[in-house]
Design a protein around this ligand. Structure first.
Ligand SMILES: [Zn+2]
Length: 279
C-alpha cells in the first residue's frame, strides 16, 4: 500500500531565514509567497501542517484564517523565530505564551498540537524545551534533525522515524513519554544517510534522484517534507552573503515550486497530526 507522508510548511517571512541575518524588514512577502503553495495544495487535494511564526500571524491574521479554513493544521514555529538555543526556559515559555494569545485571537480556542523549532534548534543541550512543550499541551515535536552535516544543527544518532521522545536524551525513545517526535527522515544507503526531503536539500537535488530516493524511503516508512514560502518565491530578496550562506539560502529558488509540485504529483501526503494518528 502506498505510504502517506507528512507535509510541513514553516510559515515565516524571507528575513526569518537564519543565514540571511537581516533582522526584521518592512518588506513582507509571506502572503503572496504562501498563496502559490495553497493553490498547489488545493489543486492536488492535499492537506499540510503549517508551523506558524507568531509575529507573522499577528500581522497577517486573514492568511492564518484562510489556511485554517482549508483544513490545514496550524502548528507553532515560536513567536519571533528566535533559535530555542538562544532562549532560556523562561523566554521560551514567553514565546509560546505570546504565540498562543495571538492564535486564540485569530482562531478562537483551537488546539495546537505540533511544534517545530527554528532551524531545528532542539538537541540535548536544551532538552528542557520538550517538557515545556508538554506543559503547553503539545502532542508532538518536529525539530530533530537526526544527522550532523550542517554546522548549525543536527543530532547524530537520533531515530529516523517517528518515536516517543525521551526527556532525558533526545536520541532515545521512551514508550512512556507522552510527546511524539517526528524527525526528518533521511535517505539511507548502507551506512550513508542523506537528507533529501526539505529546504536546500530538496531544492538542490535533481528530480530523478529525488524521486528515486523518496520512493526508496517509502519502501519502509513515510517521510517528512519541510518547505518555506520564501523558498518557492521568485521575488525573495537576494543579498550578498558569504558563499556557503548564499548557496544554502538561495540555490534553486526559481525552480523550487516545481519540485514542490512534483512531490505532490508523485507522492501521497497528509498533515503531520494525521500521519502520527493524533487527529
Ligand atoms: Zn524557520
Amino acid at each position: 500500500m502506498e505510504k502517506i507522508n507528512a507535509l510541513s510548511i514553516d510559515l515565516e517571512e524571507w528575513y526569518h531565514s537564519e543565514l540571511v541575518e537581516r533582522g526584521k524588514s518592512p518588506l513582507s512577502q509571506v502572503e503572496e509567497a504562501t498563496q502559490s503553495i495553497l493553490d498547489l495544495l488545493e489543486r492536488y487535494r492535499t492537506k499540510a501542517t503549517f508551523f506558524v511564526v507568531g509575529e507573522v500571524a499577528e500581522q497577517h491574521p486573514d492568511l492564518i484564517r484562510s489556511i485554517f479554513q482549508r483544513d490545514h493544521e496550524i502548528g507553532c514555529h515560536t513567536f519571533s523565530h528566535t533559535l530555542v538555543w538562544n532562549l532560556g526556559e523562561n523566554l521560551f515559555r514567553e514565546e509560546l505564551k505570546r504565540f498562543h494569545v495571538v492564535m486564540a485571537e485569530i482562531l478562537g480556542e483551537v488546539k495546537i498540537k505540533g511544534f517545530r523549532a527554528p532551524c531545528f534548534s532542539i538537541d540535548n543541550r536544551n532538552k528542557w524545551a520538550l517538557k515545556v512543550l508538554l506543559d503547553f499541551g503539545y502532542q508532538y515535536d518536529a525539530s530533530i534533525f537526526p544527522l550532523k552535516i550542517n554546522p548549525l544543527y543536527g543530532v547524530s544518532g537520533a531515530p529516523t522515524r517517528p518515536y516517543r521522545i525521551s526527556f532525558e536524551d533526545v536520541r532515545e525513545s521512551d514508550p512512556s513519554s507522552s510527546l511524539m517526535e517526528y524527525p526528518l527522515c533521511p535517505l539511507e544507503i548502507g551506512k550513508l544517510k542523506i537528507p533529501i526531503s526539505g529546504g536546500f536539500y530538496l531544492r538542490s537535488l535533481p528530480l530523478p534522484f529525488l524521486y528515486w530516493g523518496l520512493r526508496r524511503i517509502n519502501r519502509n516508512q513515510s517521510f517528512l517534507v519541510y518547505f518555506h514560502p520564501w523558498e518557492g518565491y521568485e521575488k525573495t530578496p537576494r543579498f550578498k552573503l558569504p558563499l556557503y550562506n548564499r548557496v544554502i539560502s538561495y540555490y534553486g529558488i526559481s525552480s523550487a515550486l516545481k519540485e514542490f509540485e512534483f512531490l505532490l504529483k508523485h507522492f501521497k501526503f497528509a498533515r503531520v497530526d494525521q500521519v502520527l494518528g493524533l487527529e
